[in-house]
Design a protein around this ligand. Structure first.
Ligand code: NAP
Length: 119
């Protein structure tokens, strides 16, 4: 697909930096947002921007972040109620979270909507 321009709030954080890497790996152009640009890792394809964003429309992660390798399998749904599995738990690993966020952007899903991700 053609490269997209993706702005990522929280790009200096644990989850956001994984989403930045996922987007760059797929050839997209990233605007990385932090309150302090010195916290952003420099990389080709990344434009750092300093901003304090108090009210965002974002993807809330599930309750638990797992260690481990990306599986490529996950569920997404609109809203911010955590998705739970058969045992009532809500979890995902960082790689699958990042893949899900970038897949969603590429697919044009959940425009102006919150969405969440879990196994
Ligand atoms: N890690 C987990 O296990 C886990 C599990 C479930 C949910 N969560 C939630 O998921 C979110 C991200 O988690 P994380 O582990 O990636 O957190 P993190 O490493 O602490 O990163 C937080 C990010 O939010 C940015 N941020 C905070 N306030 C901001 C503001 N006013 N304007 C712009 N950016 C702002 C920070 O940017 P700067 O400080 O550079 O400005 C930073 O990039 C958090 O809300 C966390 O509570 C985390």
């Amino acid at each position: 697909m053609s490269p997209l321009k993706i702005a990522i709030v929280g790009a200096s954080g644990r989850l956001g930096s994984a989403v930045v890497q996922e987007a760059l790996t797929r050839g997209h152009e990233v605007t990385a947002i932090s309150r302090d640009v010195s916290r952003l890792a420099a990389a080709d394809g990344v434009t750092p921007v300093a901003a304090d964003v108090l009210d965002t429309t974002v993807s809330p992660p599930p309750i638990y972040l797992d260690e481990g390798d990306r599986t490529g399998t996950y569920r997404v749904q609109a809203g911010d109620v955590p998705i739970v599995d058969a045992s009532g738990e809500s979890h995902i690993n960082i790689g699958d979270y990042a893949a899900a966020v970038v897949d969603t952007v590429e697919n044009g899903a959940f425009i102006r909507e919150r969405f969440t991700v879990a196994y």
